[in-house]
Design a protein around this ligand. Sequence first.
Ligand code: CA
Length: 448
Amino acid sequence: MSNFSRRKFLTTAAISAAGGIFLKGCLGNPPDTTTETTAAVTATDLSPEMMPETPKIKLGYIPIVEAAPLIVAQEKGFFAKYGMTEVEVSKQANWASARDNVIIGSDGGGIDGGQWQMPMPHLISEGIITNGQKLPMYVLAQLNTHGNGIAVAGIHQGKELALDLSNAAEYIKNFSSQQGRKFKAAHTFPNVNQDFWIRYWFAAGGVDPDKDIDLLAVPPAETVQGMRNGTMDAFSTGDPWPYRIIAEDIGLMAALTAEIWKFHPEEYLAIRADWVDKHPKATKALLKGLMEAQQWIDETNNREAVVKIVAGRNYFNVPEDILQSPYKGNYKMGDGKPEIADKMMGPLYWKDGLGNVSYPYKSHDLWFLTESIRWGFHQNAIPDLDTAKQIIDRVNREDLWREAAKEAGFDADIPQNTSRGIENFFDGKQFDPNNPEAYLNSLAIKRI
Ligand code: CA
């Protein structure tokens, strides 16, 4: 046990001492009342059938707002409340490192699971992004909605690179005849959320992301440098970058993902299937802690405290003011566009305008894999929608989310249906999970 988690364990144990049986007999040490004050939640008594098989797991995260529920669950003692007293929340250098570390597993110094763009858990399960090595994973909860956007370099000011891109389509397509190179756009990892958001945006505006532009995976710092020096034109990115793009005069915001697809699925908690199968109670304990964290984060009055926690040196290590605006839903867009000031347009973690954010709808997994088919990403491994549905049935564990929510008493927030129903995009397109073929047929730009 590290010093850090040991202190947290002791604090939690001290708080729960009056409550009786919580973690009885685990440690004989007297209560420690020193420095750690973050375990603010009173532990409940855990009945023997709720006691996790292990208090220990290592979860990876990327320092962007999507990670907040994992960090807050750890720092506010929500994981510990359910007996997960030795959770390690581990910063990953980038998405490729997270993928490599989950293959290694915590036994080998890697991670057991954590935060993922979609459909990384499905791709890792099928060996598609792991050199053929199949590591079954389970999707357990969604972490957030919103909090992402499309930024463009300042040199494109006045060219109408807005949510609806159609007035700028010719400018972008003719860019190479003017500039001697194609319009260049970046995301941080191929074939996942950020790639999908910018592809959707380009294609809706009549720009083919595979033919009319160069679209590449580039590290954020390099992308931002390229936007400053005129070698990068657009960036599919997440908070807090949209704030920094304007504040640091790097460029302008063309669109928020909240505008492209209101209340869209974003990033998820997924864990190695072997870990979950061996530790079903611990998995549900983690989910309960996560759900409490998500509820806590969504309280407007707690947002300042959320910023303090995630901005800290152990986590994002950024000035707090960088995170304050997005957490209020405040976005300056630049280029004469009106400012957005609406909490419901910023990152949301527990409730949005369509219901529960945390619930891992299979219908959302299906959109990600349908979109993969649209772009011809994994034609051998995921050739059709039937294959996609089979993969989703193996990877998505909404049943565990439901059980955990029920055990924690969140019955009122359990969705009635395992599909969220028809989804609506800004350009009028609809995704009906019962008829994904119709969605594919409705799209003008696609690889199938
Ligand atoms: Ca994201």
